[in-house]
Design a protein around this ligand. Sequence first.
Ligand code: FES
Length: 604
Amino acid sequence: MGEHFVRAASLDEVRKAGCLSVQANGHTLALFAYDDKVYAMDNRCPHMGFPLDRGTLKDGILTCHWHHARFDLESGGTFDQWADDAQVFPVAIVDGQVLVDIAHRGDPRQRQRERLKVGLERNLSLVIGKAVLALLENDGDAVEPFRVGLEFGTRYRQEGWGQGLTILTCLMNMLPFLERPDRPRALYQGLSAVAANTTGSAPRFPVRPLPTNTTDVPTLKRWFRRFVEVRDADGAERCIVSAVQAGATDAEMADMLFAAVTDHRYIQIGHVADFTNKAFEALDIAGWQYAGQVLPSLALAYANADRMEEANEWRNPLDLVALLEEAFERLPEVLEAGEQGSRGAGETERLEIDRRGLVAVLLGDNPQASVEAMLAALREGWTIVELASTVSYAAALRIAQFHTSNEFGDWDTALHTFTFANAIEQAARRAPSAELLRGVFDAAMSVYLDRFLNIPAARLPEANGNGHQNGEQNGHQSAALLAELPVLLDRQQQVNEAGEVVAHYLYGGGKPESLMASLGRLLLREDRDFHTIQTVEAAFRQYQLLSQAAEEGDQTAETQADVATHVMIAAARYLAAHAPTVRAQGQTYQIAYRLHRGDRLFAE
Ligand code: FES
């Protein structure tokens, strides 16, 4: 008999009681006398911890009395998937004493990975929450459950990559900005979004690569765009998967996919570009070995996307499509001129002045002027990334100055432009090309079309205005300002107030990382909302890039402070407009958290 067998009770005691709760080496066990045998089970119901010794045993099945989960007494296996299997222990009877082997069996991490899959398959948020908390315990690697979600989401959704995987990747990107206790909650929300987005959908049967693997990547790119053009999803998918199989690099695949994303104007109001960007970011996290599964899941979105050539506002009263097509014809000559010019040292300030000028034009009322100003910038030698990041900033300003007299649904219009501009900018950082550059112009036209959102424009909080102070505020003031945010976001329509607090905090010298951690926590306490998560994540990304630009001498610290503050104001205002929600997601997570901690929920 193994060394882990410990005495739990006498056989007489158990037979007399029928069911007995006992302590054995720190375990609370339920012992059952049934059919001439004795069974030992962990007394905590795996669902929400109710004592199983208070359950009912009938025909070999134990039913918990809280939510009626049923367990096979012998194996502990449940008939109710939301409850999880109960843990059972081997029993030996020696000299009238009941001995129980309390040694742990199996790989607990593997068991949690399996539970996570069950949670994803059955859309069970509580199961997902419990598995994530267990997997992230003791500095567990968040990439592991992320990969489980990525594999699941790309396989079990017939329509392919969708909102769920986008949310999961956004929240995974935000993890480093969050405080440690908030990280499992972020992952839980992301994985729950994948489960919700796949539930009820048939699995996706992937297209296989071309058999001989002899077609080169440029040819596959050409074919791919042709198939997307005629909305042939299967043909497009076969090109993607064949290119991955042929060994195409991250940059080559990004070049191929974003070329199709920008072959038509602002497709699917920006979502396809954002999905594509998030798929590449997911691969950055999970590893390129997932490319053959992840990238083909985008094919249907390319083939089915609405094209703004067919949208009235892009055609009338001004034909923006014609305007852009004419500009695109000039791009080769403009880019060539730009390559000849080189920017000298000490040009940072002039570039900033030019950027401010371009932002003013982009936010104006003249799309032709926007296009000409962008072409002029390229001719002067601006990089695609510089141009794209300027357009991203202009799009963020639409949100920072969004007037609350607009209809509530108009927030979506502003968010779509911002996340599209951000996605195109990130793609430009990964694989810049003349084809992708068309997306930057699309984003600029969308910024123009959104001008009604800023009529009138909400006032941007300033460093000197309304009692704001300059310079370092003390830690106490910073903490007080951060403490104001959750209170504000407990009430509806605190859009301008939230923007003011953020401005006051940052202009006063508050630490940006503390603000981002706070905004992240406030995002997570609300029920997951696709658009709000997209906005806050894109704003964090923009902030990070702007900080880097200052460090690399590409922007003065003063400008960086201003521009970055505007981006954070946009994030806080959008979040405030969409809070409070009923926070049911948070409630489920809290239950998972407390169970993980060992709280006795049933005893309250
Ligand atoms: S069924 Fe046992 S605690 Fe819910």
